[in-house]
Design a protein around this ligand. Sequence first.
Ligand code: HEC
Length: 233
Amino acid sequence: MRIIAITVSVFLLASCVHTPEETTPATTGNGGGNGGGGNETDCDPNLVYFTNTIQPLIQSRCAQPECHDQASLQDGVGMFDYNSIMQQVAAGNPGASDLWEAITEDDPDKIMPPAGEAPLTAEEINLITTWIQQGAQNNACTSDCDPTAFTFTTTIQPIIQTHCQGCHSGNNPSAGLSLTNYSQIQTIALDGSLIHSVNATGGFTLMPYQSNALSDCKKQQLQSWVDAGAPNN
Ligand code: HEC
């Protein structure tokens, strides 16, 4: 696997010799990356928000250990916060963005995430595309997370998909733990490691790894689902 990953990296490097377009950031941003925009507004269904959607997606799909996390910086590319992501993005122009090129690449040797990792879904690509088109802002909104909702299909699975699957899927999942189907997720729910890992309790490392903790609302949803016996509903 490692050899393939290195080969892919070399190809990617070769394909990225041009310098990214100079861009004018659409917002002033707020430097820190983690945490995102300070003044949150109600979510506009027509907008794709960095903090709510793009950051967790990119962080879990691209910033795994040995990929584009702060420590590894494969090909010099970081994908761990707003500023590092923006070095691969031309705000308003997906076609001029190296990030967009990498995720829509036709060549299976060059596409990101690389072979062996779960590919981005059409919907995920669409979200990233729309966010870039809308100016690639460092924006956030108050989501309509309902702390009393906790069915597997509509609530739990989407949380795991957005925040966990990037690392816990594919041929070489982090910690040897794959979280791509109900029974795998049920297992960590029932043995306690799901709740421990999102709270960094019981000696578990905080999950998502090297990222912001889940919101209190999402943690509550997971807790309620586990308390109910982790049903497949
Ligand atoms: C950026 C990559 C990444 C993301 C995203 C991520 N994990 Fe992890 N996960 C890891 C790594 C790396 C380890 C091993 C950490 C360690 O041992 O210190 C790990 C370990 C774990 C473990 C412990 C496994 C064991 O047997 O010890 C659990 C449980 C876990 N993750 C659950 C989750 C959940 C739930 C999410 C989403 C809320 C998540 N992870 C998101 C990388 C990630």
